[in-house]
Design a protein around this ligand. Structure first.
Ligand SMILES: Cc1cc2nc3c(=O)[nH]c(=O)nc-3n(C[C@H](O)[C@H](O)[C@H](O)COP(=O)(O)OP(=O)(O)OC[C@H]3O[C@@H](n4cnc5c(N)ncnc54)[C@H](O)[C@@H]3O)c2cc1C
Length: 399
């Protein structure tokens, strides 16, 4: 039995048709290679969706969202992945946007929400620091009040898309004494402010999406403080729950599984197509069963969320662990399925756009190994899987 109603399926077709007509072919091909989206891609696609009122899928109608049900959001996300659309900026869309409309004042809502809806302003998340990741409350970047400004000094790291973002939302320490969590504030910072230096971190896939951000005497107007001073931890906790991923990687896993199946039908062994090899087919089927089970569990969680009966189970942590581990298994098998064709490096800079006339391997191999390497991080970002296990244990063993 499907989780989706007949109306949901009609909606799915509408989304699919829109993507087929509105998404430029070359953008679709680039995204099927799974490289990091460029700023231009994100802006262009967000603006196309904005015409339909779909650019901030999870937002309520009053703030410019479509007011979709949980099922419609899931369908939309899935169709976007399968259709090769670039991912909408998660930092603006899912993280700072909801914080601003939930905890920000009217002036902040008027000033910042339209730029997220249109992608005229892209955002980066400045939470992690060199010695504060899982233990985020230990962060040391400080903001000292000086008249009607905060003066910010410190360093952030792993800042995704920091090199092409316009704004940064920061967690900063505004009180040095007392409980660490009770001295943190949430600031919105224009990346063009003097004193900000962004340096690239090239990840294992040889791509550039990550950065270090250095802040030296950065003057931030006090009106850019969200909510109350020293209450930033409360706002961040809401955001971190959302970051554990709404759809639990199901759309990305499905996209990658389809690519794996397709590639396995291109790959040859001495006895014919790899996909017809009984040993390989058994492993592929086992993964497909896992994926179906994970999808069904995710539907159950979404149904509970929709009915307002989410309960006390730490379900977002459970499905985050499962989704990320499954994604890594699918991508590892994808690399294996390519055999020697998985060996060449296809650097993002050269292979993201048009493919060169001479290539060391077949077109379908481009991006597979890079994606597998990059998603080693899926069990780290959004809160590591070990921390998710702590959260599960903390909830279940308490009572
Ligand atoms: C690709 C990528 C993108 C990212 N993007 C951003 C971004 O845009 N903005 C941002 O602010 N941050 C970002 N991060 C940072 C991310 O949130 C942190 O990497 C993550 O929270 C882990 O922190 P850490 O790297 O400092 O590792 P640590 O916290 O030092 O952890 C190291 C290891 O110890 C384990 N560990 C730590 N504490 C415990 C514990 N209590 N119990 C059991 N095990 C534990 C961890 O699970 C991990 O295996 C990104 C990270 C990656 C990899």
């Amino acid at each position: 039995m499907s989780f989706f109603t007949a109306e949901d399926e009609t909606f799915r077709l509408e989304v699919r048709r829109f993507i087929q007509t509105a998404l430029p072919l070359e953008m679709r091909e680039r995204n099927h290679r799974a490289y990091h989206p460029t700023r231009d891609d994100v802006v262009l696609w967000t603006k196309a969706l904005q015409q339909k009122g779909w650019s901030v899928p999870s937002w309520p109608i009053e703030y410019g969202g479509p007011g979709w049900t949980v099922r419609q959001r899931h369908i939309f996300e899935e169709e976007c992945f399968l259709g090769g659309a670039p991912e909408l900026s998660p930092q603006g869309n899912s993280l700072v946007g909801p914080v601003i409309y939930t905890f920000g004042n009217q002036e902040q809502k008027t000033r910042f929400l339209p730029g997220i809806i249109s992608a005229d302003q892209l955002w980066a998340q400045g939470f992690s620091e060199p010695n504060s990741g899982s233990d985020l409350a230990s962060l040391r970047t400080r903001a000292d009040r000086d008249g009607d400004h905060y003066v910010v000094n410190g360093q952030k790291t792993w800042t995704s898309e920091g090199h092409f973002s316009d704004w940064l939302f920061l967690l900063v320490r505004t009180r040095q004494d007392g409980k660490p969590q009770a001295g943190i504030s949430f600031l919105l910072v224009d990346m063009k402010t003097p004193g900000i230096t962004v340096r690239p971190i090239i990840s294992i896939d040889e791509g550039h999406s990550l950065n270090e951000v250095f802040l030296e005497d950065v003057r931030v107007p006090v009106e850019n403080l969200v909510g109350e001073e020293n209450q930033g931890w409360t706002y961040a906790k809401v955001l971190l729950g959302e970051e554990r991923s709404f759809s639990a990687m199901v759309p990305r896993c499905k996209m990658e599984f389809e690519r794996l199946r397709r590639n396995a039908s291109f790959s040859r062994t001495s006895r014919g197509r790899l996909i017809d090899d009984p040993h390989f087919a058994k492993r592929l089927s086992a993964l497909e069963i896992e994926l179906l089970a994970h999808e069904t569990t995710t539907w159950r969680v979404l149904a509970e969320e929709e009915s307002g009966h989410a309960g006390a189970m730490p379900t977002s942590s459970i499905i985050k662990i499962k989704g990320t581990e499954l994604l890594q298994q699918i991508e590892l098998l994808s690399v294996e399925a390519l055999g020697l064709d998985a060996m060449p490096v296809y650097p993002e800079e050269e292979y993201r756009e048009a493919l060169p006339a001479t290539m060391p391997g077949p077109v379908h191999a481009v991006g597979v190994t890079s994606e597998m390497f990059y998603r080693r991080a899926a069990t780290i970002y959004g809160g590591t899987n070990e921390i998710q296990r702590n959260l599960i244990a903390g909830t279940l063993l308490k009572g």
